[in-house]
Design a protein around this ligand. Structure first.
Ligand code: FUC
Length: 769
């Protein structure tokens, strides 16, 4: 039930006397706190994929910070540098001559995007509710119920219990806020809005606040978007008094606020939308529904996705403490439920920031209170955007990948221009970042931006969508994008004069400098691994679709000539063509790009390529455990793939520290970056189930800390859904369901079981030979 709370109140002695202390929410999958948010990373995030809100929960003032996922700076633009093509042969010559710094300088002069950085994702502004007489608050609680996707604030003043609920409805496309009191006529506040955008706030009598504005320009790219946010206020039993830029509510039994927001963005090349018409229509539709219906529909739409997976790692007394205290506590061993909560929070965030029809989740999902957020809150595709989607397929949220797929389709257009302008090549290319406008040229500077393999990595997600769903019709739609990505590399791979391998050039191993004063090089290991996957998936897709025999042959022949994975003198997996690893200036670098082959790919696997897996392990040991939030997230997945449950668990506890997890459970790079949340969710999942190297492996990295538990609803490649239970550290039962009909091989330790299941059929297995 929503809005319930235990009636039992604890009492604490404060300076002002005994006061009631709020109890934990009834729903264990909740984040909760005994005080309002003082800073943004304490506020609670709600979102419907497109509209986001950060809810602060103050008693005297509620701040609801708003986002709309198409409100970015700038307008359609093409940053590809027309001087690049001419410089390309010289750049390659310098690299193959070992004159890396000179190559880097020439790239800096001739090949980088204009402008050199991309457009920032920006905030809409704040909705502020100011409440009179907020003194003497007792029994305060603020929570976010992950199962209903509703944030609730409740407190008592003078014997009156006040409650506020906030959610962002995917069905009705509005943020809904209800303010209630348990005595009639007690609801009173004023509502107004503020924004750092070029915008005005007016009142459309009698009950609607309207913010309208235009987005800003950035780096010489003019703003081209209009936007509007509308807040409609209803206050049954009370009075609504419109004022100058604000609306006052007095004497109401409850109040209902509906927030709509939209921009004129229609696509990366079309900005002719009508935000006024859109927001008016949305509000008109939603206003026709009573609160209970809005809530019921919202909860149903959320649960349809959220409830597909359950995870039980056991619950201890620690789980009843407020979330911020649990995160602050260095002893995580006593609190197994925190890991389960973190896992589900990642799923919650993906559902809330990446629904079909929206923009993909950016560096901050959709939550950002700034005009110029860290790294512009863009799509960084040399790890971060991909990591956002790592949990999507395995944790049964395949639909949430749709915005990423749509973005890749856009990039095939803009990336084809960049391929032609900068490389004289066919197909399409995207470097290490993109933005709302799908900019695809190299940015920031040679040592970060000169990496042509971003689009190819994104294609892994196109393939995975198929591999998990086995939806042939979908595959036919995305196959041309995969083929176009491959085409670019057919046209641009060059022979490395030393070994005669085919390599990318210029490129780099994201964003790690080698011993020669830059990161620019030829054929970094990661590129070779990504291209091996791309060509393999292209061949498989073409076979399934029965098309393009010549192309398949070309892909196979090119794959054959890529530089292989190599083991270096320290026993490590080499990051570069040459054995430079131990001489690189930052051996503890946060990126572990050459380990792509181990995770997310399965080219390197403990069973199928044990020597390379041992080398990958060595590389990981040399790199060390400490890193940024996402760096730790990646390491977690890697240790799970190495089947080292104890090390994976150690890394997870590092991620759950207050240094890497803010009080509101957002990941701390620092600063906030959402990829660590998603990498964490995916890594926890990998500890229970790995679907790779042609098998579905159960409990491959189960740590001693979780001797008993269960996980239900995880997905595996081939269209399978899995439930797994374990007891005393051993598999006790597993159920596999086939969603599409097909063959699978289950594995538990050394024992395997081959199964052929019809569509809809399920089977049980306890892992005993
Ligand atoms: C890459 C990383 C940084 C950061 C940025 C958004 O450049 O190296 O750590 O995550 O993306």
């Amino acid at each position: 039930m929503i809005g319930t709370r235990p009636t039992l109140l604890a009492l604490v002695l404060t300076q002002s006397g005994w006061t009631a202390l709020a109890q934990p929410p009834a729903e264990p999958l909740s984040l909760w706190y005994r005080q309002p948010a003082r800073q943004w990373v304490e506020a609670l995030a709600v979102g419907n994929g497109r509209l986001g809100a950060m809810v602060f929960g103050g008693a005297a003032q509620e701040r609801i910070q708003l986002n709309e996922d198409t409100l970015w700076a700038g307008g359609p633009y093409d940053p590809a540098n027309p001087d690049a093509l001419e410089a390309l042969p010289k750049v390659r010559e310098l690299i193959f001559a070992g004159r890396y710094r000179e190559a880097s300088n020439l790239i800096g002069q001739k090949m980088m995007a204009r402008p050199l950085t991309q457009m920032p994702y920006q905030c809409v502004g704040d909705l502020l509710l100011r409440f009179p007489d907020a003194n003497g608050v007792t029994d305060y609680r603020r929570d976010l119920n992950l199962d209903t996707a509703v944030a609730t604030i409740a407190y008592t003043i003078d014997g009156v219990r006040y409650t506020r609920e906030v959610f962002s409805s995917a069905l009705d496309q509005v943020i809904v806020i209800r303010v209630r009191a348990d005595k009639p006529g007690k609801v009173a506040f004023t509502a107004d809005m503020r924004t750092p955008q070029k915008a005005s706030v007016t009142v459309e009598s009698p009950n609607t606040l309207v913010m309208q504005g235009v987005n800003g320009g950035s780096r010489g790219i003019a703003g081209a978007l209009k936007y509007q946010a509308r807040v409609a206020v209803a206050a049954p039993g009370g009075r609504i008094v419109p004022g100058e830029g604000q609306i006052a509510v007095t004497g109401a039994d409850f109040a209902l606020l509906l927030v709509a927001a939209a921009t004129s963005y229609k696509s990366h090349r079309d900005v002719t939308g009508d935000p006024e018409a859109l927001t008016k229509e949305t509000i008109a539709k939603a206003s026709g529904k009573p609160f209970e219906t809005l809530l019921k529909d919202h909860v149903a739409a959320h649960r349809k996705l959220f409830r597909r997976v359950t995870l039980d790692l056991g619950t201890t007394a620690a789980a009843s403490r407020p979330t911020d205290e649990r995160i602050r506590d260095p002893n995580k061993a006593d609190d197994p439920q925190l890991a389960a909560l973190y896992f589900q929070f990642g799923r919650y965030l993906l559902i809330s920031s990446s629904r079909p029809g929206c923009q993909p989740a950016n560096l901050q999902g959709i939550w950002n209170d700034s005009m110029n957020p860290p790294w512009q809150s863009k799509y960084t595709i040399n790890i971060n955007t991909e990591m956002n989607y790592w949990p999507a397929e395995p944790t049964n949220l395949g639909e949430c990948v749709e915005p990423l797929v749509a973005m890749v389709m856009d990039l095939t257009e803009t990336g084809a221009r960049t391929a032609k302008t900068c490389y004289g090549a066919g197909g399409w290319v995207t470097h290490h970042n993109t933005d709302l406008w799908r900019a695809s040229a190299p940015i920031d500077g040679p040592q970060w931006g000169m990496w042509p393999t971003g689009g190819a990595w994104l294609c892994l997600h196109l393939w995975d969508r198929y591999d998990y769903s086995r939806d042939r019709e979908y595959l036919a739609k995305v196959y041309p994008a995969m083929k176009g990505a491959a085409q670019f590399f057919f046209d641009t791979l060059v022979e490395d004069p030393n070994h005669k391998w085919l390599v990318t050039c210029p490129s780099l191993s994201p964003e790690n400098g080698h011993p020669f004063g830059t990161s620019v090089c030829a054929g970094p290991t990661m590129d070779m691994q990504i291209l091996r996957d791309l060509f393999t998936h292209c061949i498989q897709a073409a076979e399934i679709l029965g098309v393009d025999e010549d192309f398949r042959r070309q892909a196979a022949a090119t794959r054959q000539r890529l530089a292989p994975n190599q083991i270096g003198s320290a026993g490590q997996l080499q990051e570069w063509l040459e054995d430079w690893d131990m001489r690189a200036p930052e051996i503890h670098h946060r990126h572990v790009s050459h380990l792509y082959g181990l995770y997310p790919s399965d080219q390197i696997h403990v069973r199928t390529t044990p020597d390379l897996a041992a080398a990958a392990r060595k590389s990981l040991e040399i790199r060390g455990d400490e890193a940024t939030g996402w760096g730790i997230g990646w390491r977690l997945n890697l240790w799970a793939r190495l089947h080292d449950g104890e090390h994976a668990y150690k890394i997870l506890t590092m991620l759950l520290r207050s240094e890497r997890t803010y009080p509101n459970m957002f990941d701390a790079h620092p600063p906030f970056q959402i990829d660590g949340n998603f990498g964490g969710t995916s890594g926890i999942g990998e500890m229970f189930l790995q679907s790779c190297a042609g098998e579905i492996e159960l409990l491959p990295a189960l740590p001693k800390a979780w001797p008993n538990g269960s996980v239900e609803g995880l997905r595996a490649r081939g269209g399978f859904e899995m439930d797994i239970q374990w007891k005393d550290g051993k598999l006790s039962n597993a159920t596999v369901r086939s969603l599409t009909g097909g063959f699978c091989r289950l594995r538990y330790g050394a024992v395997t079981r081959d199964l052929s299941l019809a569509k809809g059929q399920s089977a049980q297995w306890d892992g005993i030979p």
